[in-house]
Design a protein around this ligand. Structure first.
Ligand SMILES: NC(=O)c1ccc[n+]([C@@H]2O[C@H](COP(=O)([O-])OP(=O)(O)OC[C@H]3O[C@@H](n4cnc5c(N)ncnc54)[C@H](OP(=O)(O)O)[C@@H]3O)[C@@H](O)[C@H]2O)c1
Length: 446
C-alpha cells in the first residue's frame, strides 16, 4: 500500500481551493512523483456554511484551526489565509506540533521569514513559500537553490499584477488620447488613475480596498523576500523605499510615450559597494527593454548573477491555478523529504549584515514636470537651480501653455545625478516665484 502524507489546510479561498482541487484531481500523478499519496485530512475556514468551489470529503472542513494543528495524522500544514496575524501564530503552533509548513503569505515571510525559518530548522522542519512571490513563477526555489553559486548584483521586477494592469491601461489611454489629438480632437477626461482603478476593480483585477497594491506595499513585501534571499542578508519591507502609483496622471504617460519610455511600477534591489539599495516606485523605463513589454496582470523578474548574467522569469503572478502550482510544488518537495526519512533539511538564513542605504545616494536619471509662469527667462532659472546642485539637463520640452492661467509646462529629462542632489534642486525650484509647482518627479531606470 502506498504511504500517505497528511495535509492540513488553513484557508480554503482562492489559493486553498486551487490547492485542494489540484490534490484531488491529480492525486495519482503526485503519488507517482513522490512515492506517497497526499491526502487532505482537515481544512479550516472561518465559515463552514459558505459555498465552496471545491467539494471535500465529509468531515474534512472545520472552523477550528486547532483541529488542523493538533491532528497527529497531518504531516504538512498549508497556511493560505494571508496577513501577519493570526497566520504567524498558526504557523508557529504548527511548527511546535512538529509539522512542516507551506505558506503563500508574502507579508508574514517578508516581515518574519528568517525567524520562522530558523525556528523550523531548529526543530528539523522546513517552511516553504514559493507562492509568496510571483504566483506561478518559480522564484523562491531559484533564489534558494539554482542561483546559489552566484553573487547576485540586482533584482528588477514587475511584481504586482494589479498595478501593472492599471498602468498598462493608463499607457494605452495616453496613446488613444494622442491619436485623437493628432486628428484634431481634444479627448475629454480619461486616462487618469481613478478611472483605470475603477476599470480594474470592475474586471476583478483590483480588490475593493486596493491600498496594498496601489501604494506599493505588496510589491515591497515581495522585493524584501527576494532581496533577503538573493543578497543573503536581511532586507525588511520597512527598509524598501516605497512609492505608489496614485499620483500619476495621463500627461506623464503621454510624455513618457513621446520620449520613448513606458511607466511601470518597478521593484528594484541592487547591491552596490556601500550596501543595498531597495525601492518600489513608478519609473520611466525605455520602451525597448524586456520589462517594458510585460503588460496586464503578468509579472516579470530580472535577476543578474555574476555567473549566469541576466536571467528573466515571467508569467502569471496570481490566481488560483498559478498560485496552487507553486504551493503544490512545495508540498511535493516536502512529501518527498518525508518519504526519504525526513533527513535534515538544508538551512537557509541570512549570512551577514549588509547595510541598507538611503535613496539619497542613488544615482540615476530623472524626469520632472514643472508648471511655470509663461514668461521669458523661466527655463534659465530652473537650469540654474539644477546646476546649483550639479544636476545637468539632458533634454527639455516646453508644452502648450494654459492661456487662462498664463502658465506653461516644462518637461525635463536630466543626466545621471544623485537623488539627494536632485531633491535639493527640486526644493529650490519649487520655491522660485516663476514656478507654480513641481507636478511630477519620476526616476528613469535603465
Ligand atoms: N489570490 C491570489 O492570487 C494569491 C496569489 C499569491 C499569493 N496569495 C496569498 O495567498 C494567501 C491566501 O490568499 P487567497 O486569495 O486565497 O485569500 P482568500 O480567497 O481571501 O481566502 C482566505 C481563506 O482563509 C480563510 N480564513 C481567513 N481567516 C481565517 C481564520 N482566522 N481562521 C480560519 N480560516 C481563515 C477564509 O475562510 P472563509 O472562506 O470561511 O472566509 C478563506 O477560506 C494570502 O497570503 C495571499 O497573499 C494569493
Amino acid at each position: 500500500m502506498t504511504r500517505e502524507i497528511g495535509v492540513g489546510l488553513i484557508g480554503l479561498g482562492v489559493v486553498g481551493g486551487g490547492v485542494a482541487r489540484a490534490l484531488l484531481e491529480r492525486g495519482d500523478y503526485f503519488a507517482r512523483q513522490v512515492g506517497a499519496s497526499l491526502v487532505v485530512r482537515r481544512a479550516a475556514v472561518r465559515d463552514i456554511s459558505k459555498r465552496r468551489a471545491v467539494e471535500l470529503p465529509t468531515g474534512v472542513l472545520t472552523d477550528s484551526v486547532d483541529a488542523v494543528i493538533a491532528d497527529p495524522s497531518i504531516d504538512i500544514v498549508v497556511e493560505v489565509i494571508g496577513g501577519e496575524e493570526p497566520a504567524g501564530t498558526f504557523i508557529r503552533q504548527a511548527l511546535a506540533a512538529g509539522k512542516h509548513v507551506v505558506t503563500a503569505n508574502k507579508e508574514l515571510m517578508a516581515k518574519s521569514g528568517p525567524e520562522l525559518l530558523a525556528d523550523a530548522h531548529k526543530r528539523g522542519l522546513d517552511i516553504m513559500f514559493e507562492a509568496s512571490v510571483g504566483g506561478g513563477i518559480p522564484l523562491i526555489a531559484p533564489l534558494r537553490r539554482d542561483l546559489l553559486a552566484n553573487k547576485i548584483s540586482s533584482i528588477r521586477a514587475i511584481i504586482n499584477g494589479t498595478t501593472n494592469y492599471i498602468l498598462a491601461s493608463m499607457t494605452s489611454a495616453g496613446a488613444v488620447a494622442e491619436a485623437l489629438r493628432q486628428q484634431g480632437i481634444e479627448p475629454t477626461g480619461g486616462g487618469g488613475f481613478e478611472e483605470a482603478l475603477a476599470a480594474a476593480q470592475e474586471l476583478g483585477y483590483a480588490e475593493t480596498d486596493p491600498t496594498n497594491d496601489v501604494e506599493g506595499y505588496d510589491a515591497a513585501y515581495k522585493l524584501a523576500i527576494m532581496a533577503t534571499l538573493g543578497f543573503r542578508t536581511r532586507v525588511r519591507p520597512s527598509q524598501v523605499h516605497t512609492e505608489g502609483i496614485t499620483k500619476l496622471t495621463a500627461r506623464d504617460f503621454q510624455y513618457a510615450q513621446e520620449l520613448g519610455y513606458v511607466i511601470k511600477l518597478l521593484a528594484i534591489a541592487e547591491r552596490t559597494e556601500g550596501g543595498i539599495l531597495a525601492r518600489v516606485a513608478p519609473a520611466f523605463i525605455p520602451a525597448s527593454e524586456p520589462l517594458a513589454k510585460v503588460d496586464g496582470v503578468y509579472n516579470a523578474v530580472q535577476i543578474v548573477g555574476d555567473l549566469t548574467g541576466t536571467v528573466l522569469f515571467q508569467g502569471r503572478g496570481a490566481g488560483a491555478d498559478p498560485t496552487s502550482s507553486a504551493v503544490v510544488a512545495d508540498l511535493l518537495d516536502l512529501s518527498h523529504a518525508i518519504v526519504q526519512g525526513n533527513r535534515e533539511r538544508k538551512y537557509w538564513g541570512p549570512e551577514g549584515d549588509v547595510p541598507i542605504l538611503g535613496l539619497e545616494v542613488l544615482e540615476t536619471r530623472y524626469y520632472i514636470r514643472v508648471s511655470v509662469k509663461d514668461q521669458p527667462g523661466v527655463l534659465a532659472q530652473i537650469a540654474q537651480s539644477l546646476g546649483n546642485h550639479a544636476v545637468s539637463i539632458a533634454a527639455v520640452n516646453q508644452k502648450e501653455a494654459d492661456a487662462n492661467e498664463q502658465t506653461a509646462e516644462l518637461v525635463i529629462m536630466t543626466h545621471r545625478a544623485r537623488e539627494g542632489a536632485m531633491r535639493s534642486a527640486l526644493q529650490e525650484i519649487a520655491a522660485l516665484p516663476v514656478v507654480a509647482g513641481v507636478s511630477a518627479f519620476l526616476r528613469v531606470e535603465g
